[in-house]
Design a binder for this molecule. Structure first.
Ligand SMILES: [Fe+2]
Length: 409
């Protein structure tokens, strides 16, 4: 049986099933192993991991611990409660109308971020004005239709991960800050902070930054320097505002004080730093890396809900989910009718019933004529339809992004 236990209840003889944190936050190469060495328990606790899944069929049990099913039910109930609250600002355009522009903005942002990071690597001056200009474009695109840019963010190449992750965090932070009703100047600064937040990674040797295997303790310490190194590089420019500086220095702080570099806790972490921590981890765990398959967004949100007890601001995780949806644009979903579809638009006030472009029949195992189904008022194929859950595109060998820009009847 798989059970969730508090890290301080771990003891040798238990079998670790899942370290239950994003993989950048722990020093172990594997998540599953028999706990024999008490030093490993100390290492887990010092990594800031507070709760862990154990497999009681392969090691010692803890009778008081809840099972994985009980935890999942609790998290799902929390997500559903949050899903019914009022969503963010209404959209002006459909995703497919915005997609062409969004793609150009995404590519331009990638170029600017890459240039800035290379400048930092070489010790050159940074052109902050270029970063501010792309943030304007991102903000305008998000205002027209937030789903278009967001749907592009998962298309990362392994060799380009650090740059593309910065683009994603900048875009998601703009979207998030806007949905919180923050003033335009703060939204702009949040975007600059997101795009620059990992600039300190340019000081980490490539061999460590892109190492496919286990990091040694020393390598892990090198990585952990990037918030302070990035902050120092940005301070040196003299032209970066307080909010981007705060985001760069504090995006790895955690609400329970287990983060780095300053081990800040609770109210000592600013609103924007808390928001950036959420967005940073969300993008990291939904991204494919050479040694990890990214989680589907819905699964990632579920994990973030679970972790928010210790690491994140719970209310902000709920607000972030309302911003991007339980099934964000681009998510592949299975409908009750047996069709597969891609989410194309969120529905205001009901995150469980977005608009979906249905394009594949799992009953006949073939593509069908794409049909846009508004699940909030669905009376399509076979009557009312609804989402059963998200699906992995590779399981069905389909590319949902093809149907985001289609204009089906
Ligand atoms: Fe970081």
């Amino acid at each position: 049986m798989i059970k969730l236990i508090a890290a301080d209840r771990l003891r040798p003889g238990m079998y670790l099933h899942d370290l239950n944190c994003d993989w950048m936050s722990h020093p172990f190469v594997r998540s599953r192993f028999l706990l024999e060495d008490p030093a490993d328990i100390a290492k887990i606790v010092s990594s800031g991991i507070r709760e862990i899944y154990i497999d009681t069929s392969r090691g010692l049990d803890d009778a008081s611990a809840p099972t994985v099913e009980e935890v999942r039910q609790r998290v799902d109930a929390d997500m559903l409660r949050a899903a019914t609250a009022k969503p963010d600002v209404p959209i002006q355009r459909t995703v497919s109308e915005e997609m062409g522009k969004a793609r150009k903005i995404y590519e331009q942002t990638g170029r600017v971020v890459r240039n800035v990071m290379n400048d930092v690597r070489l010790g050159h001056a940074i052109h902050v004005a270029d970063v501010e200009a792309v943030v304007e474009d991102i903000t305008a695109s998000v205002a027209r239709s937030s789903g278009a840019l967001i749907s592009l963010l998962r298309l990362k190449r392994a060799d380009d991960y650090t740059f593309q992750h910065c683009v994603a965090v900048g875009t998601l932070l703009v979207t998030f800050a806007r949905s919180m009703g923050l003033d335009p100047e703060t939204v702009r600064e949040a975007g600059v902070g997101g795009l620059l937040h990992d600039v300190g990674k340019m000081k980490v040797p490539d061999a460590v930054l892109n190492k496919p295997g286990r990091l040694t303790d020393e390598e892990f310490l090198l990585i952990k320097r990037h918030p302070s190194d990035g902050h120092a590089a940005l301070v040196a420019t003299g032209s970066v505002g307080d909010i981007p500086l705060d985001i760069t220095l504090h995006h790895h702080e955690r609400m329970d004080g287990t983060g780095y570099p300053e081990k800040l806790a609770g109210a000592d972490i600013t609103l924007l730093a808390r928001m950036s921590a959420i967005v940073d981890v969300y993008d990291a765990i939904t991204s494919d890396r050479c040694y990890h398959k990214g989680m589907e967004p819905t699964e990632a949100l579920r994990k973030m809900f679970e972790w928010s007890k210790f690491h994140f601001d719970e209310k902000l995780v709920q607000q972030f989910m309302r911003t991007i949806g339980i099934y964000p644009v681009g998510t592949l979903v299975m409908l009750e009718s047996g069709r597969l579809g891609v989410v194309t638009e969120q529905t205001e006030g009901n995150l469980l019933a977005p608009k979906v472009c249905a394009f594949f029949s799992t009953r006949q195992n073939c593509y069908i004529k794409p049909e846009t189904v508004d699940l909030a008022k669905s009376m399509g194929w076979g009557g009312a339809d609804r989402i059963l859950g998200h699906e992995q595109p590779q399981k069905w060998n389909v590319d949902p992004s093809r149907f985001l820009t289609a204009q089906p009847a």
